[in-house]
Design a protein around this ligand. Structure first.
Ligand code: ADP
Length: 220
């Protein structure tokens, strides 16, 4: 699903990723842990094509069979919209839109018909236990509910891979547990691949593989 080789990233003279190499199979749930500043978010952003490695021409990043660094900017935006889902620590829902509308937005960007997008968004929100919250705006939802709307939004275009950066960092422990179980339910039901940066020990240990980053390298 992902093959990354020789990924380097520099900020000025500071090398924050050092020849990172990573292979992830379809349907795997991978956690990435490590001290703050180790380069976890930078790596996730590069794998998710939101950022680029400093040595684009000497490294490979292949996602779902596509060499993403060779794509034009437009083609890459389309690839991202069609194949990748993102979940961040802060849900980044649009406050003036309802839960249903927030989930539909990536589908509208993809060009999905309104009726189809709404059907898919409703199914996902129902699956996530939010059938009674479709018409609520983010400020009318609890933190856990908001994060589940963000999960539905990440999944609406049926991505092959979902990247999550501290997805439960802002949740109470019960909501966090529920969210973590959800990732595994989704993988079992839809076969999605998850790459999750987390400080949550329990989530990290639930993963199929736990990668530890220290000082720009994956150490185990
Ligand atoms: P982690 O997610 O493991 O906490 P990050 O990937 O956020 O680590 O950061 C790795 C290093 O890169 C840190 O030293 C951080 O200060 C630096 N860094 C991250 N983004 C930038 C940036 N945009 N400009 C300069 N330095 C950055």
């Amino acid at each position: 699903m992902i093959k990354a080789t020789n990924i380097n990233k520099f900020y000025g003279n500071l090398q924050v990723l050092k020849e990172v190499e990573l292979h992830i199979e379809k349907g795997e749930v991978i956690s990435i842990v490590g001290p703050s500043g180790a380069g976890k978010t930078t790596l996730l952003q590069i794998l998710g094509t939101l950022d680029v490695q400093s040595n684009k021409n000497e490294s490979d990043l292949i996602i779902n069979g596509e060499a993403v660094n060779r794509l034009s900017e437009n083609a890459l935006a389309k690839f991202r919209n069609n194949h990748i889902g993102f979940i961040f620590q802060f849900h980044q829902l649009l406050p003036e839109f309802t839960a249903l509308e927030n989930v539909c937005i990536p589908a509208f960007i993809k060009g999905t018909k309104k009726s189809e997008a709404e059907k898919k968004a409703t199914e996902l929100l129902n699956f996530l236990g939010l059938s009674h919250r479709l018409q609520h705006k983010p400020n009318e939802l609890s933190g856990g509910e908001q994060q589940r709307v963000a999960v539905a939004r990440a999944l609406v275009n049926d991505p092959v891979i979902v990247f999550a950066d501290e997805p439960s960092g802002n949740l109470d422990s019960e909501s966090a547990d529920n969210l973590h179980k959800l990732f595994f339910d989704l993988r079992d039901k839809f076969g999605q691949t998850f790459v999750i940066v987390t400080h949550n020990e329990e989530l990290a240990n639930m993963a199929d593989r736990k990668l530890t980053m220290v000082d720009g390298s994956i150490t185990k």
